[in-house]
Design a protein around this ligand. Structure first.
Ligand SMILES: NC(=O)c1ccc[n+]([C@@H]2O[C@H](COP(=O)([O-])OP(=O)(O)OC[C@H]3O[C@@H](n4cnc5c(N)ncnc54)[C@H](OP(=O)(O)O)[C@@H]3O)[C@@H](O)[C@H]2O)c1
Ligand SMILES: [Zn+2]
Length: 336
């Protein structure tokens, strides 16, 4: 038994406070990571507020943790104590499931999630099955690397899964934690990038991230000039929009892909898709090897999350900052 400090809430939207808790022995296939920095994802906010109805309290969020391996289980051979790693949304998979055996660990049934029914990375240490602790390339800036482990991989993975081409015209809806990384990835991938935003003041920065065009996400009248344009649209927003009008911006064989958790049903008809062979899809995070590939891509192209750092002790203020839509563009909590 050892004691760790976690930042925990006893109920929906209740104050998040530091407390000491006992953790059992490290499992043979696990690693323990001393958390230096942990990103704050919108999903931490949704879990804290129990928006999705399955939060277990006391709740400890944090699934964009980076730090140093502080202990390894007896079966772990590929990681060493002292190595820099990151831990994202998934903390354990059945390695013998057909999905894991095909390299799609993120799709494996029964995956354990880092902040669901267990303690996440808003803590001084976090544990996971060793396959889900991904080594950081040496050249990556550790302070800003955390958000790649959920926000980053969630938007990078669809680019790989759907074989996006450098000649594709792509749109990103919402310039937040996920969206500002999607713009950077897609630009370096070679695509023509359009950013849909509800915040006119983000337009200049969106262009610095690599957007070639920006459009209002609030006014679907503005979208009429974009009809039939996009090969791929990725939605990172957690709000309802006029999805029928958005579907009309897809080129023949175009795809509208959801990674943001939209609250209502989409209100689309098959006829909106059929005549142009359009598709609708969605995906969760990404598999360990795709995360490693993304980290390499970031190191090569000097892609990094734009972060605002709060001390872990100011986690409640950080939640309010995110709730108010003020984060530019990802909050990272730093352990002192
Ligand atoms: N699929 C997955 O595996 C996965 C992984 C991580 C997160 N998520 C989900 O992805 C979503 C985004 O997460 P995030 O961390 O990127 O959140 P975030 O940083 O809060 O960004 C969301 C963005 O949505 C836009 N937005 C907010 N309110 C809006 C409104 N009323 N109308 C139009 N646009 C609005 C804003 O961009 P603009 O200011 O540019 O409009 C905002 O920056 C959440 O639903 C989260 O739970 C899913
Ligand atoms: Zn997340």
């Amino acid at each position: 038994m050892s004691k760790i400090t976690v930042w925990s809430a006893d109920g929906p939207k209740q104050a998040i406070q530091a407390k000491e808790t006992e953790v059992g022995p490290l499992k043979a296939d696990e690693v323990e990571v001393k958390v230096d920095f942990c990103g704050l994802c919108h999903s931490d906010y949704s879990m804290w507020t129990n928006e999705w109805g399955f939060t277990a309290y006391p709740f400890v969020g944090g699934h964009e943790a980076v730090g140093t391996v502080s202990a390894i289980g007896e079966l772990v051979e590929h990681l060493k104590v002292g190595q820099k790693v990151g831990v994202g949304w998934v903390s354990r998979s059945n390695l013998n499931s057909p999905e894991s055996l095909s390299g799609d660990h993120n799709l494996s049934a029964g995956n354990e999630m880092t902040i669901v029914g267990r303690y996440g990375g808003f803590a001084d240490t976090v544990r996971c099955q060793s396959v889900w602790a991904i080594p950081l390339p040496d050249s990556l800036d550790i302070k800003s690397a955390g958000p790649l482990f959920c926000g980053g991989i969630t938007v990078f993975n669809p680019m790989v899964q759907f074989d996006l081409k450098p000649t594709d015209k792509v749109a990103v809806i919402g310039i937040g934690g996920l969206g500002h990384l999607a713009i950077q990835f897609l630009n370096k991938w070679g695509c023509e990038v359009t950013a849909f935003t509800s915040s006119p003041d983000k337009s200049d920065e969106a262009k610095e991230f690599g957007a070639h065009h920006t459009v209002s996400s609030r006014d679907s009248e503005e979208w009429k000039s974009l009809r039939g344009k996009f090969d791929f649209v990725i939605s990172t927003v957690a709000v309802d929009m006029d999805w029928k009008a958005m579907t009309a911006t897809l080129a023949p064989k175009g795809r509208l892909h959801f990674v943001g958790v939209v609250p209502s049903e989409l209100g689309l008809r098959v006829g909106d898709l059929m005549s142009q062979q359009r598709s609708i899809s969605s995906s969760p995070v990404g598999a360990p090897q795709v995360i490693a590939t993304m980290l390499e891509f970031c190191a090569r192209h000097d892609i990094r999350p734009q972060i605002e750092v709060f001390p872990m002790s100011k986690i409640n203020e950080a939640m309010t900052h995110l709730e108010d839509g003020k984060a530019r563009y990802r909050i990272v909590l730093e352990n002192s």
